[in-house]
Write a protein of this length. Structure first.
Length: 125
């Protein structure tokens, strides 16, 4: 059974995809940028602000599916600039404490809308 997960507490998809799919007790999220849901604009303040907003957006999608960051098994993190890695890690650590998920993090050429970071996850309840 695949259930589409959607919440107004996270930005709407900017293309032909959904925020997440719940397949049984496993949630697959689409990537979250540092977009402010109310405005559709990227958070101002550089990598830290966009990373925090992206993680807050991811948290809203998790909550809509009845999950939390503690349920996250794997994240994939995309950075527009690998020199932001340390600053990104600082913000990431605010959201993932204790048993942290597996993670891939790498730089890409460009992100949608000129974003500095995009984060997706797989969570299991």
């Amino acid at each position: 059974m695949n259930e589409t997960i959607a919440t107004a507490s996270a930005p709407a998809a900017v293309g032909p995809y959904c925020q997440a799919k719940l397949c049984g007790n496993t949630l697959y999220t689409s990537g979250q940028l540092g977009l402010i849901p109310a405005t559709g604009k990227l958070a101002e303040g550089g990598i830290e602000a966009q990373a925090r907003q992206a993680l807050e957006n991811l948290g809203a999608v998790l909550a809509e599916a009845g999950m939390t960051f503690a349920d996250v098994a794997k994240t994939t993190c995309f950075l527009a600039d690998i020199t932001d890695f340390a600053a990104f890690n600082g913000v990431y650590a605010e959201f993932f404490k204790g048993e942290v998920p597996a993670r891939s993090c790498f730089a890409v050429k460009d992100l949608p809308l000129g974003g500095l970071v995009e984060i997706e996850c797989i969570a299991v309840k």
